[in-house]
Design a protein around this ligand. Sequence first.
Ligand code: SF4
Length: 211
Amino acid sequence: MTGSDREQLASMAAKAKDAMGVETLDVLADRGYFSGEEILACETMGVTPFVPKPLTSGAKAAGRFGKQDFVYLSDQDVYRCPAGALLPRHMTPVEKGMTLHRYGDRASCAGCSLKSQCTPSIERRVTRWEHEGVIDALQARTDLAPRAMRTRRRLVEHPFGTIKAWMGHTHFLMKRLPNVKTEISLHILAYNMKRVMAVLGTKPLMEAIRA
Ligand code: SF4
């Protein structure tokens, strides 16, 4: 068990794909699941993820241009910055196992009238993961699916809100991971049973259990 959703997207999608017995699957998740490596892993196993990108730009938070203000031009392998300068690639370090390309142009930044809105350094650098095309495609399709994302929120957040309300202010009564896992499993089982009874009625449920 891990304490965060960030490394779970591909493994959860694989389980859902197996359970449904399908070759391809569209998966919708909230931004807590956003991870470039997980998104790439999904694509390699026939899963198309829809995940909003977290807004974590430090520059944007500080009132400067964020990465979203820079446009990647794939045919030239350069970024076009907000001042219209083309920033070529000039370094490719590897960090935490990820190959990252860095783009920038010191000469353009030196004479730029927008520099105070862009960077406090000598030049602005933009980093691009070697598989960032996968992220660009994900962002484009997620932006085109606002209705699906709203439906996901309605369907998925409702069970958690209901279960939390049932559990009350004490939340878990048990201590230690195996006990807490059992407690939450019972809550989820009770939720699913009540939901099936509300949607289908008790008779079809009993017939399905007997079958
Ligand atoms: S500072 Fe550099 S990267 Fe930023 S807008 Fe100006 S030229 Fe473009």
